[in-house]
Design a protein around this ligand. Structure first.
Ligand code: C5P
Length: 277
């Protein structure tokens, strides 16, 4: 039995550079893995069977699940005559712009490689898995990186600080579909606001204006979070295509006061999770 953490990512910058002939957008995004993670348990089984179970009953456990597709890819590419039982303990919210499904897929592929074919290099895994989703290659070896192209051209790039950074993730009670976010952006391309408040690097997400045009509460949430300096909050940014909002905080931020105040203002369906990265 193999147990792997499967981390969530956040985007500290997401710059859209243009539309590509293949319909995707050319990106430059700085992604970092976070302490929030799902837990994957991989148990080798005989034959070429793939079994998948998940603690979240709303997620599919058949070939619609990216983790299932990653296992299929591994056995197709290697012709290894074996199977795998996968269990996903879900902690990362679905549709939150945190890359949970992508992380699960990459972690399954890495786990199968480690167990059955450790000689296969990371770069081969990235090439196999890239067609399944733009941010999956990042999760083959999750580390702070600038990701270009669709997201699959990865340059590791440490944050310019060695101390762990603190943030609070705020999960609204709805997700934002990624294809919708990019489509809406493409109808009226415009940059997200760039902010220097955090001090480690400028924060910017070009999908914010498009997403905020429909999910108006997210614009209000971002602006409200940015006003909570008295509770140790420094700045706020939407992660990826949303709906998760990142509240960048001081290490000693008063999480319980912040949570009470958030729930009083936006309701208790907005959940909160502290992270480091
Ligand atoms: O690759 P992924 O499945 O994450 O992409 C979901 C959707 O987001 C794509 O179908 C596309 O509409 C949009 N997208 C894009 N440009 C990217 C990444 C995603 O237009 N670089």
């Amino acid at each position: 039995m193999l147990i792997y953490p499967s981390p969530a990512k956040i985007n500290l910058t997401l710059k859209i550079l243009g539309k590509r002939p293949d319909g995707f957008h050319e990106l430059e995004t700085f992604m970092v893995p976070t302490s929030l993670h799902d837990i994957l348990t991989l148990t080798p089984i005989p034959d070429r069977k793939i079994e998948l179970s998940c603690s979240d009953p709303s997620l599919p456990t058949d070939s619609r699940n990216l983790a299932f597709q990653a296992a299929q890819l591994f056995f197709e590419h290697t012709s290894i005559n074996a199977g795998i039982n996968i269990h996903i303990q879900k902690n990362i919210p679905h549709g939150g712009g945190l890359g949970g499904g992508s992380s699960n897929a990459a972690t399954v592929l890495r786990g199968l490689r480690d167990h059955y074919a450790p000689e296969i290099p990371d770069q081969a895994l990235r090439q196999w898995i890239a067609p399944l989703g733009s941010d999956i290659p990042f999760f083959i070896q999750p580390q702070p990186s600038v990701c270009r192209g669709r997201g699959e051209i990865i340059t590791p790039s440490p944050l310019s600080t060695s101390s762990p950074q603190h943030a609070i993730l705020i999960f609204p009670p709805f997700g934002v579909p990624t294809p919708w976010a990019y489509k809406t952006y493409a109808q009226a391309p415009c940059q997200g606001e760039e902010s220097d408040r955090w001090g480690i690097m400028p924060l910017r997400n070009d999908l914010e204006p498009a997403v905020f045009s429909k999910y108006i509460i997210l614009r209000t949430l971002k602006s409200w979070i940015r006003d909570q300096g008295a509770m140790g909050i420094i700045d706020a940014l939407m992660s990826g295509s949303g709906s998760t909002m990142i509240a960048f905080s001081q290490p000693d931020a008063d999480l319980s006061a912040f949570t009470v105040s958030l729930h009083q203002t936006f309701g208790t369906t907005f959940r909160v999770h502290p992270i480091t990265f």
